[in-house]
Design a binder for this molecule. Structure first.
Ligand SMILES: Nc1ncnc2c1ncn2[C@@H]1O[C@H](COP(=O)(O)OP(=O)(O)OP(=O)(O)O)[C@@H](O)[C@H]1O
Length: 594
């Protein structure tokens, strides 16, 4: 119950901030419309008693009042709808922003790894679709609450025993809530399978996977998996709905019994001459309304319960997400690096994973150097990069930037001194200028800055081919948007990575995987030259991850990662001389090219 009130308070407060006038209009009209119905029953008593007593003027006034109240009962809800419809739309936008802000409000990425976070997000997205109708449900509930109190008072005036009737409304309310919880538990239990099924559905309908589905003739396999998951989910939900219906029916039967008893009471009084005919009509009309009020309240409560669940989940998710900076961040990034970045005894494991991904990592990335990280798939290279970017915190050991612990530097400030290109880059479907310019937001409108970055990334050709150059809309979501190839998108992502001119750390985590080896080699030769320029300016460290040894060999320092540990480090010549894992991998690749 506390959750319901808390949600009502939050929802009204959001409406209040969106538009006070409309909130007041919607609440007033909804309550006025709801109380008009019991008042109509009161008017009927007045009308019938006046008519039977022969008071013509009274009967006419009563008739007019009853007609006016009936019109109000029928129409005010619709007028309220005009006001709350717009508020609901504004609320949806507001909550979408809340969820986006929540998911991106944490300096780190740890919450994205948590299964409970993912489950809650799946259910939350679905429940938030109810937001549009939730305000109507809340207003209807408020109106019903006032109408029920008024009905109870009127019934008590006829015969205090009639108060039993609203009391009989309690079991359906309680059972309604129990039933809702049963369904909610089932939804949460099936959320994971539901998510996987949705992902499979996406795979079968998106353009990207279509090629592999056809080549490997996977349609049936994927459909079978989707069906099996979906059958399981539906079966579980269906069972919970069945059980919930039984629980609800039990509550409604309690109410029906109370209703019959109350009507018999009034009819008995009237037969004994203790009640007027008007009072009998009033009681029957009100009793019928109580029935409707209870049914409406239960339905609206169910509706509102869903959005309450969403708000509760939203609050739980807020707790899951660690928005705090790691420790008191009391330092700031240096203007230029003089020593470099040192990892000392670093250990890290992903949240929820049994074993650490990185262990005993001890290495210095000297200022002004280019560092290549190599190793087999899954060795931990990207994880190392993520730690350097501050997406995660080491569970043991420390990362020092010119001797200052990274966790003492506010992440926002550290990020503003990083430039990065990732393998799983984002395809920003913006104007081409913006898709690159977001790499340095303050200069997003600067055509020359964007062109310079594209030049550094050797990606000018991508824009040259576009109809409107930098001002061309990209992707399928924009009208007249131009779709690019995977490699072209990647080149723009590289341009984005090179937008910032004075980073302390430039991270390139396989950002050229869609380019051919020669293009990557040429690009990295330019990077090497640039990183020397950058090094002279800010002492920046350029860290890149690549599986191509022709690129890797250019680095000042090569770090070889195997099984979560740094097994070798040195320059190309030294590592080849040492004859270890690097030499072996290098030789294997060189042979393939011979
Ligand atoms: N988000 C994640 N959550 C849990 N485990 C992860 C996550 N990302 C990576 N891992 C695990 O951590 C290990 C190292 O992954 P990482 O991506 O760092 O490897 P990598 O060396 O970059 O591999 P690749 O060359 O294939 O890109 C792998 O075993 C992987 O399964």
């Amino acid at each position: 119950m506390r959750d319901l009130f808390s949600t009502a308070r939050q929802l009204l407060s959001i409406c209040w901030h969106q538009n006070r006038r409309k909130t007041i209009v919607a609440v007033t009209l909804m309550i006025a419309g709801a109380v008009a119905a019991p008042l109509t029953a009161l008017g009927l008593r007045w009308l019938i008693d006046a008519a039977l007593d022969g008071r013509v003027a009274d009967a006419v006034s009563a008739g007019v009042t009853v007609a006016a109240l009936a019109v109000a009962a029928l129409t005010l809800g619709h007028f309220a709808h005009i006001a709350h419809f717009e508020l609901s739309e504004l609320n949806v936008v507001h909550m979408d922003r809340e969820i986006i802000a929540l998911a991106n409000g944490s300096p780190g990425l740890a919450h994205h790894e948590r299964a409970d976070y993912a489950d809650k997000l799946t259910v939350l997205r679905r429940e938030m679709q109810q937001l549009r109708s939730s305000l109507e449900a809340l207003l209807a509930l408020a109106g019903l609450a006032v109408a029920m109190v008024l009905t109870a008072v009127l019934l008590a005036m006829v015969n205090p025993f009639l108060l039993l009737l609203p009391l009989a409304a309690v079991p359906p309310l309680v059972t309604g809530r129990i039933a809702e919880r049963m369904v909610d538990r089932a939804k949460l239990a099936t959320a994971q399978d539901d998510r996987v099924a949705q992902r499979l559905f996406q795979i079968t309908t998106d353009a990207g996977p279509a090629k592999e589905l056809r080549v490997f003739r996977l349609q049936r396999e994927v459909l079978a998996r989707h069906r099996s998951l979906w059958d399981g989910v539906t079966r579980r939900l269906w069972r919970s709905h069945q059980a919930a219906t039984l629980v609800r029916t039990a509550g409604q039967l309690c109410f029906a019994a109370g209703y019959v008893v109350c009507i018999l009471l009034v009819v008995r009084d009237a037969a004994a001459g203790r009640r007027t005919v008007g009072e009998v009509v009033l009681s029957i009309a009100l009793a019928a309304q109580v029935n409707q009020q209870v049914a409406a309240a239960v339905a609206q409560l169910q509706q509102f319960q869903q959005i309450t669940n969403a708000f509760v989940r939203l609050n739980e998710m807020r707790e899951l997400i660690d928005t705090a900076e790691p420790v008191a961040a009391d330092s700031e990034p240096p203007t230029r690096l003089s020593e470099g970045i040192r990892l000392r005894g670093v250990e890290f494991g992903y949240p929820g994973a049994a074993a650490p991904v990185l262990r005993d990592v001890d290495v210095t990335l000297p200022a002004g150097t280019s560092v290549a990280i190599v190793g087999e798939n899954g060795a931990g290279k990207s994880t190392l990069v993520k730690l350097l970017c501050g997406f995660y915190q080491p569970v043991r050991g420390e990362i020092l930037v010119d001797g200052v612990e990274l966790r003492r530097i506010p992440l926002e400030q550290w990020r503003s001194r990083i430039a990065a290109g990732f393998q799983d880059f984002v395809r920003f479907e913006f104007l081409a200028r913006e898709a690159v310019g977001v790499g340095d937001l303050p200069r997003i409108t600067s055509g020359p800055a964007v062109s310079a970055a594209l030049g550094r990334a050797q990606a000018t050709d991508v824009v040259d081919r576009l109809d409107h150059g930098l001002e061309t809309p990209l992707g399928k979501t924009l009208p007249q948007g131009t779709e690019l190839s995977g490699g072209q998108w990647q080149k723009l992502a590289l341009g984005r990575a090179l937008m910032r001119e004075e980073p302390l750390l430039l991270v390139l985590d396989e950002p050229t995987s869609a380019l051919d080896a020669a293009a990557e080699h040429a690009l990295f030769e330019r990077y090497a030259a640039q990183s020397r320029e950058l090094a002279a300016k800010t002492g920046a460290v350029t860290v890149f991850v690549s599986h191509r040894f022709s690129t890797v060999r250019m680095a000042d320092l090569i770090i070889v990662v195997a099984d979560g540990r740094i097994v070798e480090a040195g320059d190309h010549a030294a590592l080849v001389r040492a004859g270890g894992l690097y030499a072996e991998l290098y030789e294997l690749q060189a042979e393939a090219y011979r």
